[in-house]
Design a binder for this molecule. Structure first.
Ligand SMILES: [Zn+2]
Length: 144
């Protein structure tokens, strides 16, 4: 059984089905590859590319995260430096938005796939391996 809960799985960018495999194949600040996702989970075989355009909806999640970032920066600046001018607000938001964009991109995709793929405790018992392991045979029910 995976020892991660839903939130930990989203934040760690793990497979939503087994909560062990990794969604992304590289580190977030490897700027050439930060958006490269694994095609399938290397632990349970769950596909991460469900259909073309599946992650288009993650843009709305990303937008919400950017708005939350803007609000956080505004409140933090207002509390820490009440006499800050507009340039501080704009500069702070733009700087943090650029620095955090790889993480926001990945977290929005992670949250998006966690919306649609539910946790399956049976797959959480599968041991991690580098090879794809799956019980799915590719056969349709009733097919011999
Ligand atoms: Zn998995």
């Amino acid at each position: 059984m995976s020892n991660k809960n839903y939130l930990q799985s989203v934040l760690a960018q793990c497979c939503p089905k087994c909560r062990k495999g990794r969604l992304f194949s590289s580190r977030p600040y490897n700027l050439k590859k930060f958006s490269k996702m694994n095609n399938t989970c290397n632990c349970c075989g769950q596909t991460f590319q469900m259909e073309p355009g599946f992650y288009d909806g993650a843009m709305y999640v990303s937008y919400a995260m950017q708005v939350a970032l803007f609000a956080t920066v505004s409140v933090a600046l207002n509390v820490l430096h009440p006499n800050a001018g507009t340039a501080w607000y704009i500069g702070g938001v733009i700087t943090l938005a650029i620095l955090l964009s790889p993480m926001i991109f990945r977290l929005s995709r992670s949250l998006w796939i966690h919306f649609f793929v539910s946790y399956d405790q049976r797959n959480a018992n599968v041991k991690y391996s580098n090879e794809r392991t799956s019980n799915y045979s590719g056969k349709v029910r009733g097919e011999v």
